[in-house]
Design a protein around this ligand. Structure first.
Ligand code: AVJ
Length: 344
């Protein structure tokens, strides 16, 4: 679900989103196309510590694997957030208000929004944004089929980059954003603030409904990112398989371990891929050597307190509205109104 599309030259970037940069001429020795994934992956392997944006998990295979993570018994966030949405849909809908132009960041399979749409019959338009174009198109088709009256306007885009939105829908009273799944937690603090500031600028007169995972017993977090069926491990390792598929890299995934752990000082789960043996991998005309124990840091998943989330939101220019929680207080859906006159 979450998030985010590389700016490949062929990506369907329209509606005021920044055009993709022109393809750069590439060295003759390299037969993989010059994509954002290629650039970021090579850069990730050259930097120390090695680190890549988790947005690159979401090729078609990775998006499907993420949907399967959401079905694992240990991965509570999706199910918990959906239960909050189902239980409080009427209250939430009242905050969103009538005739909204609804923008969803990181819409993925667009399952959660269905719970809200039932309580929002007057929505003017629904704009799901996601980095995974195929996945997004499938979700949009499904929604159009199930709700023939709804204007569904999918946008394949990477909103980790500076972005704007299509002009407001005709007859819309307000523009409202939804950002589910605690995907905000993939950003580091600076990036999260930048994203929220951009969103606050675009949602003036409306607001943002944001779902975040809360700080909790680390054993619960550990289990959620180390499911017994190994789906999260496959999701993590798919990054290397994607490099094999798209960049002609020769990773042997049997030589890599999925490693996820909670960092209590930073209050986040970190995911890494860790080399188990010495190996040399050729990629984009270069050789990369890995020693046993070398790590590629693939994801941060920040956990929040209501205070830490609200401080961030306030700093970005949002007001603080009501919050809806599950009974265990594992997950929060926070309404952030964005006053028309707010200064950013
Ligand atoms: C979609 C970023 C919210 O951090 O929990 C799930 C992605 N990574 N299992 C999360 C994820 C490993 C997920 N987000």
């Amino acid at each position: 679900m979450s998030a985010l599309k590389p700016q490949t030259p062929s990506a369907p970037l329209t509606y005021g989103l920044r055009p993709a940069p022109a393809a750069q001429p590439r060295p003759a020795s390299n037969d993989a196309p010059d994509t954002a994934f290629r650039r970021d992956f090579v850069a990730a392997l050259l930097r120390r510590p090695r680190r890549i944006s988790p947005k690159h998990f979401y090729d078609a295979v990775g998006s499907d694997l993420f949907d399967r993570i959401c079905e694992q018994p240990e991965y509570y966030p999706t199910r918990t957030e959906m239960a909050i949405l189902a239980r409080h849909a009427e209250d939430i809908a009242a905050r969103i208000g009538p005739d909204a132009d609804l923008i969803e960041f990181g819409a993925g399979s667009a399952l959660k929004i269905r719970l809200l749409l039932d309580a929002l019959p007057s929505v003017r338009r629904y704009v799901p944004i996601d980095i995974s174009a195929e996945h997004l198109e499938r979700a949009a088709q499904g929604l159009r089929h199930d709700r023939p009256g709804l204007d569904v306007h999918p946008l394949a885009a990477d909103f980790t980059q500076p972005f704007s939105l299509p002009p407001p829908a005709e007859g819309a009273r307000s523009r409202v954003g939804v950002y589910f799944g605690s995907s905000l937690g993939n950003f580091d603090a600076d990036e999260a603030l930048r994203f929220l500031r951009t969103a606050a600028g675009l949602l003036r007169g409306g607001g943002l409904l944001i779902g975040v995972d809360l700080v909790k017993d680390p054993a619960v977090l550990h289990a959620a990112y180390n499911d017994a069926a190994g789906v999260t491990a496959r999701f993590n390792l798919n990054l290397l398989e994607r490099a094999n598929r798209e960049l002609g890299a020769g990773f042997d995934t049997r030589l890599w371990a999925h490693y996820a752990c909670y960092q209590p000082l930073a209050q986040r789960v970190e995911m890494h891929l860790i080399a188990l043996e010495r190996q040399v991998v050729r990629l984009a005309g270069q050789c990369f050597e890995f020693a046993p124990g070398d790590s590629l840091h693939t994801e941060n998943s920040q956990k929040y307190t209501l205070e830490s989330l609200r401080a961030l939101a306030r700093q970005a220019g949002f007001g603080i509205g009501p919050v809806w929680l599950d009974t265990q207080r594992w997950f929060a859906l926070q309404w952030l109104p964005c006053c028309a006159g707010a200064v950013h």
